[in-house]
Design a protein around this ligand. Sequence first.
Ligand code: PMT
Length: 424
Amino acid sequence: MGFWSNRYIAVAIGGGIAAYKTLELLRLLREAGARVVVIATAAALHFVTPLTLQALSGHLVRSDLFTPNESDGMDHIRLAQEAELLIVAPATADLMARMAGGHGDDLLTTALLARQGPVLLAPAMNSAMWSHPATQRNVAQLQADGIHWVGPEYGALACGDQGQGRMAAAEQILEAGRRLLSPQSWRGRHLLITAGPTQEELDPVRYLSNRSSGRMGWAICHAALRAGAHVTLVHGPVAMPVPWGAEAVAVQSAQQMYEAVLQIWERQEQHALPLSAAIFTAAVADFRPARRQTRKIKKEESGDQTLTRLTLAQNPDILATIAARANRLTQENRPAPIVVGFAAETQTGAESQAALRALGQKKLAHKGCDLLLVNNVWAEGCAFGSPTNQVTLLHRSGHEETWPLLSKEVVGERLLDYLTTLFV
Ligand code: PMT
């Protein structure tokens, strides 16, 4: 069962051109298994038709306070009470003003007044309207009233201007809703994640790298953001957008990743939010070309048909460095983050589980970290870039757990749950 399966979600639509983007939100919610009810203001129905909304939500659209669907006429109370989440998208300047003023002159505003559960606003308007002092006063009032927000974003607006006022994308509104409904077991905690491959340059056009897609690190990052963590994501070159809300540092080489992580480590010692854990999923190149050629290496320059000999130099071990620093803090009786490594192994045959564990134990001791997750990248469903993974978790205490093949998303959630049991 997915996160949205069978959840009852009310989507309220204000009268703005961005209402067309809400249609995609309805589609995504239904596709994810949510039960959706739509409340549209009279103005919203100038932009999207009741038939479209009905087709996408699977229910009659609620709009008029005085033609209720419920036999007792209490639609506004039912809608307010029964939905797990009420999303207002687009939230127009006028709708926000009416909400801030406590108005109740149509079905939506009465439902909002009667609402006690979470309300998520996705504002959309012209940037001048957004920055107008009256709108900003209403924003402050609604924030003080406990309303949650997603957007507005900066970008091209329907009126042709560029500025802040674009409604957040449907996927982002969905993600914001998911974070609101998720248990906040990491709220107030700071997590560092490394992810993706590194690229070690040979010359201006070539590099040595590996097949890591970054998906494992991304999955942990998404899970942590949903659980309320502050996430710093240090990543190599990957093809995915940075998860919304993460503090990202993009690097290319292992040396750059090392320097970025050390900087974060040093900053966290003064940070208001010190690190609770650091998870190293990145596939860091152990070696780099000893000399990067400043110009493209020409095959004619090798003189004959043999390849130019490649001399490699060792890269710093980021995980081992951070583990050593954390261990020093522990020895000094100071709070230290939990340090977690991943180990990509290549095993075949019947002995593979036992051999994997043995390799993992050796690596755990060698790196000096608290926890190591071993995965066999040759096993079915565990390859680089795959959406699933199968890991064996090894704790330095000797505790071991072998998890089944799971989506990387679920591996991330399980790992974070496991870590919360270790927090003192
Ligand atoms: O990115 P995906 O396509 O989703 O694939 C996920 C993954 C297979 C990359 C991931 O699950 C994984 O196994 N990551 C670790 C890959 C790796 O480099 O393993 P390793 O055994 O070489 O290194 C062990 C640990 O030391 C890792 O935590 C690594 O980040 C760290 N390390 C390694 C070398 C180095 N110089 N510095 C490091 O910090």
